[in-house]
Design a protein around this ligand. Structure first.
Ligand code: MN
Length: 190
């Protein structure tokens, strides 16, 4: 079996009005899918089960395609209909401990996404028991190293242009306030 495009965890219009159906269809159906098609061309023996191992062990074109597949799948899971707002439980306590407050975390996450010049990603990660905001360029991903991703927002222009045009900050604010899936985050934090 080649690598396949993972289905979305919700309908294409489920994130409306915060992230448009057109944006989801273009981003998942065209951009995410293009990485799947390209990786299968470059590495015909790649499989879904082996994807993470390819990300961790490859470089160059195969790394770029495989990491973008993994990052996008993680991004779709990082959002949900009626998401957003503040987390609860152990994750909320850890955010308060490591950022001082949720509001400080929110500022740092948005700033991380805003200061990633050009294409890339902003992440909340668990780095050896401490929560951190990190940004990565192009296809780069924390799973190449030891940090465990908790959530991510895609800051490639294709991620937000159909809904937000050039307003990356508005996208990042909306991601945290209306879209982020703290249940997924809490599961990754365990
Ligand atoms: Mn993308």
């Amino acid at each position: 079996m080649p690598v396949t495009l993972p289905p979305l965890p919700y309908a294409t219009d489920a994130l409306e009005p915060h992230y448009s159906k057109e944006n989801v269809e273009l981003h998942h159906g065209k951009h995410h899918n293009a990485y799947v098609v390209k990786l299968n061309e470059l590495k015909p023996d790649a499989t879904d089960a082996g994807l993470l191992a390819i990300v961790k062990s490859s470089d160059g074109a195969i790394f770029n395609q495989s990491a973008q597949i993994w990052n996008h799948t993680f991004f779709w899971q990082s959002m949900k209909p009626k998401g957003g707002g503040k987390p609860s439980g152990a994750l909320a306590a850890a955010i308060d401990r490591d950022f001082g407050s949720y509001d400080n975390f929110r500022k740092e996450f948005i700033n991380g996404g805003m200061t990633q010049f050009g294409s890339g990603w902003v992440w909340l990660v668990n780095d050896g028991g401490k929560l951190k905001v990190v940004k990565t360029g192009n296809a780069d991903t924390p799973v190449k190293g030891a940090a465990v991703p908790i959530i991510t927002a895609d800051v490639w222009e294709h991620a937000y242009y159909p809904t937000f045009k050039n307003l990356r900050q508005k996208f990042l604010e909306t991601f945290l306030d209306n879209l982020v899936n703290w249940d997924f985050a809490a599961a990754n934090f365990k």
